[in-house]
Write a new protein. Structure first.
Length: 374
C-alpha cells in the first residue's frame, strides 16, 4: 500500500505549504513530458493522488486513520486527478497553483488552453436507517457537458472559428494612452475576441456558440454504510465539463440525515429509552425492543435502577472503513412509578409497604438492644 507522505517526501506533520512545495518539486521531476523513464507515468499519477488527498482536510483525516482503503469505504474517489490524462506541466501548475510554472512567476492564462470544469455540489437527505446501512441511489444533476453537435468548438457544423481580425489571432492588442507625462503603451486583452484569438461568425445552434450546454444527467451513487449528517462524497469528473478539452470538475454530494424519533446516535452507538414498572425493576424481566436489525429480546437484570443501561453488542452503526464492525445499541432504563392503579394493585402495594415497614421496625429494635449492652 502506498504511503502518500513518503511519495511526496514530507513528514506526517507537514503543512499545506510544505505539501505544495514538495509537489511542485516532484512534479517537475516525474512529469512524463520531462522524464522518459518507464515508471514516470505511474509515479506522476501517485503524486497526484497523494497531493489531492493530503490537501483536503477531510480526506487527509480519513487517510491518516484508515489508509487508502478507508478513503474508498468512505466514498472518496481514489483515482487521483491524473486518471484521465496529464496535460503539459504548465497546465498542471496553472490548474493546481493558479499559474506558477517552471519559472515560478505569474503568467497570463492562455484562453485557448485546456481549462478544468467547475465543481458542483448536491445536497441529499437520507432517512436515519438509510444512513446506517447505506444504499444505492440514483440522483439527477444539471451540469454542463461538451456540446456534441459542435464538439466543443462553438461553431456550427461545417464551419469553424475564424482568426480574429482585430488582434490577428494573438488574443491581445497594444493600447496607447496619452497623458501629461507622455505616451504609454500597454498590452491588453483583445476586446473583440476576449483573448481567444478567434471569433465565431456562425455559432452552433445547439449551444449558441458556448461549446457547452446544460444537460440533466443520472448518476448512480453508492452511499456506504455508516455515513453521518454532514458526510461528504466526491464523484470525480461528474461536475461541469472543461473548456478546450480540459477535464471535467468534480461533484460533491453532501449528506443530510433526518433525525429519528426513536434512535439517538453518538458515533457508532445508538441509544433508545425503555420504561419499566417497579415490579420489573425489582424482579427483572425479559422484554422485546425494536433495534436496527428488527425486534430483539433483552434481559433486564433484577434490581436495576433508573438511568442504568443494558447494552446490545454489535447492533449499532457500522464502521465506515470496516462495515463488519458495528457499535452498540444502548438501552437507557427508566423505572416509571404508576399514577393510576386498581384497588387490587393498591392492596398489594399496601401489603408490600407493611412488610417493608415491619422489617424496618424490627431492625430498629435490634439496634436499640445492641445499644443497651454496649
Amino acid at each position: 500500500m502506498s504511503d502518500y507522505y513518503e511519495i511526496l517526501g514530507v513528514e506526517k506533520s507537514a503543512s499545506k505549504d510544505e505539501i505544495k512545495s514538495a509537489f511542485r518539486k516532484m512534479a517537475r521531476k516525474w512529469h512524463p513530458d520531462v522524464n522518459k523513464a518507464p515508471e514516470a507515468e505511474a509515479k506522476f499519477k501517485e503524486l497526484g493522488k497523494a497531493y489531492e488527498t493530503l490537501m483536503d482536510d477531510d480526506k487527509r483525516a480519513t487517510y491518516d486513520r484508515f489508509g487508502e482503503d478507508g478513503l474508498k469505504n468512505a466514498g472518496f474517489n481514489t483515482q487521483g486527478p491524473f486518471a484521465g490524462g496529464f496535460g503539459d506541466l504548465d497546465e498542471v501548475f496553472n490548474s493546481f497553483f493558479g499559474g506558477f510554472g517552471f519559472g515560478g512567476g505569474s503568467r497570463r492564462q492562455d484562453p485557448n488552453a485546456p481549462q478544468r470544469g467547475d465543481d458542483l455540489r448536491l445536497d441529499i437527505e437520507l432517512e436515519f436507517e438509510e444512513a446506517v446501512f447505506g444504499l444505492n441511489k440514483e440522483i439527477k444533476i444539471d451540469h454542463l457537458e461538451t456540446c456534441a453537435a459542435c464538439k466543443g468548438t462553438g461553431a456550427k457544423e461545417g464551419s469553424k472559428p475564424e482568426t480574429c481580425k482585430t488582434c490577428g489571432g494573438s488574443g491581445s492588442i497594444q493600447q496607447t494612452t496619452r497623458t501629461v507625462l507622455g505616451h504609454f503603451t500597454q498590452i491588453v486583452t483583445c476586446p473583440h475576441c476576449h483573448g481567444k484569438g478567434t471569433v465565431i461568425s456562425d455559432p452552433c445552434p445547439e449551444c449558441h456558440g458556448e461549446g457547452r450546454k446544460t444537460v440533466e444527467k443520472k448518476v448512480d451513487l453508492k452511499i456506504p454504510a455508516g455515513v453521518d449528517n454532514g458526510s461528504r462524497m466526491r464523484l470525480s469528473q461528474e461536475g461541469d465539463a472543461g473548456k478546450n478539452g480540459g477535464v471535467a470538475g468534480d461533484l460533491y454530494v453532501v449528506i443530510h440525515v433526518k433525525p429519528s424519533p426513536y434512535y439517538k446516535r453518538d458515533g457508532m452507538n445508538v441509544f433508545t429509552k425503555l420504561d419499566i414498572s417497579p415490579a420489573q425493576a425489582v424482579l427483572g424481566d425479559t422484554v422485546t425492543i425494536k433495534t436496527l436489525d428488527g425486534e430483539k429480546q433483552v434481559s433486564i437484570p433484577a434490581g436495576i435502577q433508573t438511568g442504568e443501561v443494558v447494552k446490545i453488542r454489535n447492533a449499532g452503526v457500522p464502521n465506515l472503513s470496516k462495515p463488519s464492525v458495528r457499535g452498540e445499541h444502548v438501552v437507557v432504563v427508566t423505572v416509571k412509578t404508576p399514577t393510576h392503579i386498581s384497588n387490587e394493585e393498591k392492596a398489594l402495594y399496601q401489603k408490600l409497604y407493611e412488610i417493608q415497614e415491619g422489617r424496618k421496625a424490627k431492625g430498629s429494635v435490634k439496634e436499640r438492644i445492641k445499644g443497651v449492652f454496649k
